[in-house]
Design a protein around this ligand. Structure first.
Ligand SMILES: [Zn+2]
Length: 136
């Protein structure tokens, strides 16, 4: 059995972040972007603070749905690169496409109690863990 994502070391996460930043021509940001697991995330599988260059990953959900690790990391990384005010607008979508990920946020789903910031599979994944929570 493979190791759960939350056991990834900080150097491993840094490497992944650097790899995707390089593909965007944004490798100069690598030292200022950090992805960390944060067990305070509940329904959100990921979250970002573009101002601080921080990406927060939900260890419980990602250990349950390890296939969401890279899509989540990329989603949040694109927020960091696009900037807070870009939201899920054209700039963020363009970055997602350049990294080969569909720029979906699925606002058309039943989003009540779901995280708007992730794809369809992740939304399904989050459903058993629903909780009203502010997400950004
Ligand atoms: Zn988002």
């Amino acid at each position: 059995m493979k190791r759960p994502p939350s056991t990834l070391t900080q150097p491993a996460l840094r490497l992944i972040v650097r790899c995707y930043l390089r593909r965007l021509g944004e490798e100069h940001r690598a030292d200022r972007v950090r992805a960390v697991f944060n067990s305070r995330l509940r329904t959100a599988i990921g979250r970002s603070d573009p101002g601080r260059g921080r990406i927060y990953l939900n260890p419980r959900l990602l250990d349950r749905y390890p296939q969401e690790l890279i899509p989540t990391l990329v989603h949040e990384l694109c927020h960091v690169v696009a900037g807070l005010r870009a939201g899920h607008g054209p700039r963020w979508k363009g970055l997602m496409r350049r990294l080969g990920f569909p720029p979906d946020v699925y606002h058309d789903l039943d989003v009540d109690g779901l995280d708007l910031r992730r794809g369809r599979r992740a939304a399904r994944a989050a459903r058993p863990h629903r909780r009203p929570a502010a997400r950004r």
